[in-house]
Design a protein around this ligand. Structure first.
Ligand SMILES: Cc1cc2nc3c(=O)[nH]c(=O)nc-3n(C[C@H](O)[C@H](O)[C@H](O)COP(=O)(O)O)c2cc1C
Length: 401
């Protein structure tokens, strides 16, 4: 299995096995319509030769929007024309593009969406706080329909497929995790698997029915979640068996939830940037600020996992043993030689990369020339924290981009 050979992902033939992992853009107007910078970003990535691109998460309904401003949406038919030029541009360079569909559930705030925060149950997110309202059974079916609507708009907008965001603590993940899902209806935790997979099953079935099998259906999942009584490896394995049974076209393996967001990314903790821009950590009372900041600093240092290379591979390996569905592994890939080895060892079928593409959209060419090339990204994580600033996502440390 070679990094730069053609490879099949569902109905799509990718020109190599490197995928740009979903990266929030912050490049849409207040109606969720992509701005010209959004198109330029994807044109630049596609011209750099990446096999596939997964967009940043788009909202499928207004109450499921993110806390961050500038998020793109695929919540109504009028958006189709806004995304058409983007997909056209990407296809001009022979890359494939998948729209990532998400509903934030409890991981957002009323002051940002204008709507009551809803969730699988009324359990609070430790980070976002608030008191989510548990969705009624009918509302859950309605949201599943919104996912299907968004996927069909994406298909008409020229996307090659969608990626359903079932990771990082967003709504679908909230249903899956037994530590959050306390429902008593049919969307509660299944007695046999110990997981709440029914919502995801309805979402996936709805998309397949609407878009057919020639439209790639990918899912992003988290291996672990950092919660007290969090997902065990055995439960993760059962989740993969579920995805194998419902037959998706690709599974991307990530980690964690937004409650400990820096465990999704790993690396440095840019405290100063966090305290300056993060609306949750930014305290209005300046007297309490030093105490609050010191406490946050200590808490984060204890909670955050260190950056190691290819840090989600242990979960990808579990998945590879249980299914023939292509496994995409994200998290900490920085050298071509490690990517190649992961494929050759049969630990993953595709490698997905996020932060390095922010400072090096031309990374593919560099890896082709020298597989020992080390990407310039230092995992400073300023890009991630600055998503809260309302500015378009970019690299802040390298290249002055
Ligand atoms: C700035 C930034 C934005 C991100 N946006 C998303 C997103 O919209 N959806 C998603 O599933 N993951 C998102 N991620 C997580 C990445 O897709 C990826 O899983 C993670 O960064 C690990 O890969 P890396 O080590 O190559 O950066 C984001 C990460 C960063 C740093």
């Amino acid at each position: 299995m070679k990094l730069f050979d053609y490879a099949q992902l569902g109905s799509c033939r990718l020109k190599n096995r490197i995928i740009r992992s979903a990266t929030f853009e912050g490049m849409a107007d207040d109606q969720g319509r992509p701005l010209p910078s959004y198109q330029n970003l994807y044109q630049e990535l596609a011209s750099g030769g990446v096999g596939g691109i997964i967009t940043g998460f788009v909202y499928i309904s207004l109450e499921g929007k993110a806390m961050q401003s500038g998020q793109a949406g695929m919540d109504n038919e009028e958006k189709i024309d806004c995304f058409l030029p983007v997909t056209k541009e990407v296809h001009r360079y022979g890359s494939k593009i998948f729209l990532q569909l998400a509903h934030t559930g409890r991981q957002t705030r009323k002051e940002d969406t204008g709507f009551d925060v809803v969730g699988a149950s009324n359990k609070k997110s430790p980070y976002f706080g608030g008191s989510p309202r548990e969705l009624s059974t009918k509302e859950v079916y309605d949201i599943a329909l919104r996912f299907a609507d968004a996927a069909s708009y994406a298909q008409r907008a020229g996307f090659d497929g969608v990626q359903v965001h079932a990771a990082h603590g967003y709504l679908i993940h909230q249903f899956i995790l037994p530590s959050i899902n306390q429902r008593k209806d049919e969307f509660g935790v299944d007695g046999e698997s110990g997981l709440g997979t029914k919502f995801l099953e309805v979402v996936l079935a709805g998309i397949r029915k609407r878009c057919g099998s020639n439209f790639a259906l990918l899912v992003k999942v988290s291996g672990g979640d950092d919660y007290f009584r969090g997902l065990t490896k055995e439960q993760f394995a059962r989740f993969i068996r579920f995805l194998d049974r419902v037959k998706v076209d690709g599974i991307e393996i990530s980690y964690g939830t937004m409650d400990n967001a820096l465990n999704i990314f790993r690396g440095e903790i840019p405290y100063k940037v966090i305290f300056k821009y993060n609306p949750i950590f930014k305290l209005s009372n300046w007297r309490r600020r030093p105490f609050h900041n010191a406490w946050t600093y200590l808490w984060m240092r204890r909670k955050i996992k260190p950056f190691t290379h290819d840090y989600n591979l242990e979960y990808a390996k579990i998945a590879k043993e249980l299914t023939d569905i292509p496994i995409i592994c994200t998290g900490g890939f920085r050298r071509g030689v490690d990517m190649r080895r992961s494929l050759e060892n049969g630990d993953a079928d595709f490698i997905s990369i996020c932060r390095p593409f922010l400072c090096e959209p031309d990374l593919i060419e560099k890896l082709k020339v020298d597989e020992n090339y080390i990407t310039k990204c230092t995992n400073c994580n300023t890009c991630a924290v600055m998503c809260d600033s309302g500015r378009p996502t970019r690299c802040y440390r390298r290249m002055g981009r």
